[in-house]
Design a protein around this ligand. Structure first.
Ligand code: FMN
Length: 336
């Protein structure tokens, strides 16, 4: 039997398949089903800064930082009824999940501005969460705001949260940065033990009938994994933080690729929403079968084996390969 165990943020996990933040953690029965199906850990759906501030009737800060007029800002502000639960219910939900299952439970906070909502990091720790995932999602719209100012928001927030808690912290990032390795290193130095790569960017669509900008949230497809593999392979061994891959993990092969790129865990949400929670069981079985066929004894032995520093041709991750692939592609088209 291959050893599937891994460590992530200092936590011992029975295997690297982690249920990513999604509505599947909103229901305690689903949390029990995820644990029974075999996941290594469960990340809870997020508690949002806006949700906390709204509840506290403390929206001034958000309005100031939204850069919109009061009326406009209010119209964008999510209705409190859109949230499944209030902040205190969220904490109780974590405490109850901890009582019911024995896999690590990771709380999730989603916010961007400094402010009172940060105290919920402490409350999530007190509720019993084994770690915290901080999803920072900032949309820079001001042309006068430079990249350093944007990144400072991230680093300062990590500092503040680190000071508030003693459980491990992972930061969930999107990939729209000009210097990902530098930012990753600064986030790690600010006190994060992990990086969760990458947030899927929210991409609003246009409704041509109503001429409105409409929110869309499509489930992922497996090809989205490649971006994550690429950056994980580059960051592995270069920063002092555990990497979790999220985005496009749909099968055991995706988990294997994630491990070889250098991730400690592979998180999955869309595949479970599409195929059901029992898909975890299928992924685990196929993971074991593949490892037995290719004579791998443990997950740990494959972690990072195809990272930038480990492969014989590291240029596969760099510009040289990009030039090669474009040339090959245009030659193929010309000879058709
Ligand atoms: C319906 C839905 C709800 C989600 N809710 C959250 C959330 O509350 N917090 C969060 O950090 N990510 C959330 N995510 C993002 C997922 O955790 C995950 O990072 C993303 O979907 C990419 O992984 P996947 O390809 O396995 O779906 C959500 C995703 C979906 C599809």
């Amino acid at each position: 039997m291959p050893d599937l165990s891994t460590t992530w943020l200092g936590l011992e996990l029975r295997n690297p398949i982690v249920a990513s933040a999604s509505p599947l953690s909103e229901d305690l029965a689903d949390i029990e089903r995820l644990a029974a199906a075999g996941v290594g850990a469960i990340v809870m759906h997020s508690l949002f800064e806006e949700q906390i501030n709204y509840e506290a009737h403390d929206i001034d800060h958000f309005l100031q930082h939204g850069g919109e007029s009061y009326a406009e800002a209010l119209s964008y502000f999510p209705d409190i009824s859109d949230y499944q639960v209030g902040p205190d219910d969220y904490l109780e939900h974590i405490a109850e999940a901890k009582r019911r299952v024995d896999v690590p439970i990771i709380g999730s906070l989603n916010g961007v501005s400094p402010g009172g909502w940060i105290r919920y990091a402490t409350k999530i720790e007190q509720a019993g969460a084994d770690a915290l995932e901080l999803n920072i999602f900032f949309v820079p719209t001001d042309p006068e705001m430079d990249a350093n100012a944007v990144e400072r928001i991230y680093v300062d927030l990590v500092h503040s949260i680190r000071e508030a808690i003693s459980i491990p912290l992972s930061v969930k990032l999107c990939h729209f940065f000009s210097a990902i390795p530098n930012l990753a290193a600064r986030i790690s130095r600010a006190g994060a033990q992990g990086l969760t790569l990458f947030n899927r960017f929210y991409e609003p669509d246009f409704d041509l009938d109503s001429l409105e900008v409409v929110p869309t949230l499509a489930l992922s497809s497996p090809h989205e994994l490649r971006l994550r593999l690429w950056w994980t392979a580059i960051l592995y061994g270069r920063i002092d933080a555990d990497i979790a891959i999220t985005g496009g993990v749909h099968s055991a092969r995706d988990v294997l690729k994630s491990m070889m790129a250098g991730a400690r865990v592979a998180m999955t949400a869309s595949a479970l929403l599409r195929h059901g929670i029992d898909h975890v069981t299928v992924m685990l079985r196929e993971l074991r079968e593949w490892m037995e066929e290719f004579e791998y004894e443990s997950i740990r032995q494959m972690q990072g084996s195809m990272s930038h520093g480990a492969v014989p041709e590291p240029e596969a991750f760099e510009r040289a390969n990009y030039v090669r692939v474009l040339r090959t592609h245009s030659n193929t088209l010309r000879h058709r």
